[in-house]
Ligand binder design. Structure first.
Ligand SMILES: NC(=O)c1ccc[n+]([C@@H]2O[C@H](COP(=O)([O-])OP(=O)(O)OC[C@H]3O[C@@H](n4cnc5c(N)ncnc54)[C@H](O)[C@@H]3O)[C@@H](O)[C@H]2O)c1
Length: 258
């Protein structure tokens, strides 16, 4: 038997980056995988590349109706879902507050915190009926240290608090809820900044391990939190950051305001 053939996992934002790495790693170890993403082409193509235990459903994490429809489609193909990773996320702008329209702040906050709330609400309710499971949310080291990305940092901090509240609410219902706080991870999310002309070398230079994390290294942390290896772990915020939070506050993000 493959190591994780008992797992039936839904990954939001599973079409790219960290979410896609989670899907690949757990699929290779026997899990059934459901991907929810707004990027239909990337999601369907990853499912085809993985094989017949992977399923895709288009969904927008910011809309409860859209997510209910996406989960219900996946649940018609998958065994009862006993794992979920909430990896959908959007790029923040780096505007200072005096130049940031409140709509930008709300867009980024809402995608992250309401998206996580809606996903946890739907999947946790279903896990309560089917006997339990493990939910892994994606926060960030920006939840723990300030950075020049206002709605993003606030949203990621709120995700830790939501994760811990749910860990308490569902503690006796056999549902564990944990957050991962990645530092810089080498995904399209980050590479788009480089393509836009940003020099990322100050960041890696200031990271104790001298590099970004790889998506598969975040997937390894998710695998631990999804599996019985972490059976006594709930409400944690696991930092996976090549040491960047040890390097200070604002500085690891490459600049201080003038
Ligand atoms: N890459 C990093 O350095 C890093 C660091 C810390 C935290 N994170 C967090 O990890 C998560 C994944 O990041 P990534 O680097 O893999 O990004 P990515 O851009 O590679 O993947 C994000 C995925 O989310 C999907 N998505 C975006 N909005 C959505 C929505 N409304 N509904 C459904 N799907 C949506 C995108 O289509 C994409 O497939 C994000 O929450 C991000 O904030 C990333």
């Amino acid at each position: 038997m493959e190591k994780h053939s008992n797992l039936s996992i839904v990954v939001t934002g599973g079409a790219s980056g960290i979410g896609a790495a989670v899907c690949k790693s757990l699929y290779e170890q026997g899990a059934v995988i459901g991907i929810i993403d707004i990027d239909v082409n990337a999601g369907e193509s990853l499912c085809r590349a993985l094989g017949d235990r992977a399923f895709f459903s288009a969904g927008d994490v910011g809309s409860e109706n859209s997510m209910r429809a996406a989960f219900s489609k996946l649940e018609s193909f998958m065994p009862p879902v006993n794992g979920c990773v909430t990896s959908a996320g959007v790029m923040p702008t780096r505007d200072p507050i005096e130049k940031m329209p409140v709509e930008d702040f709300r867009r980024v906050m809402d995608n992250h915190i309401s998206g996580t709330f809606i996903t946890c609400k739907i999947v946790g309710t279903s896990m309560m009926k089917s006997g339990g499971g493990s939910i892994v949310t994606l926060s960030s080291v920006l939840a723990l240290r300030p950075g020049p990305v206002l709605g993003y940092g606030a949203g990621k901090a709120a995700i830790i608090n939501l994760t811990q509240s749910l860990a308490v609410q569902w503690g006796k219902k056999n549902i564990r809820v944990n957050a991962i706080c990645p530092g810089w991870v080498d995904t399209p999310f980050i590479r788009k900044q480089e393509e836009a002309g940003r020099d990322l070398s100050p960041i890696t230079n200031m990271t104790p391990m001298g590099r970004m994390a790889r998506p598969d290294e975040i997937a390894n942390a998710a695998e631990f939190l999804l599996s019985d290896a972490s059976s006594a772990v709930t409400g944690s915020a696991l930092v996976v950051d090549c040491g960047i939070t040890l390097a200070g506050g604002y500085l690891p993000y490459g600049d201080l305001p003038s």
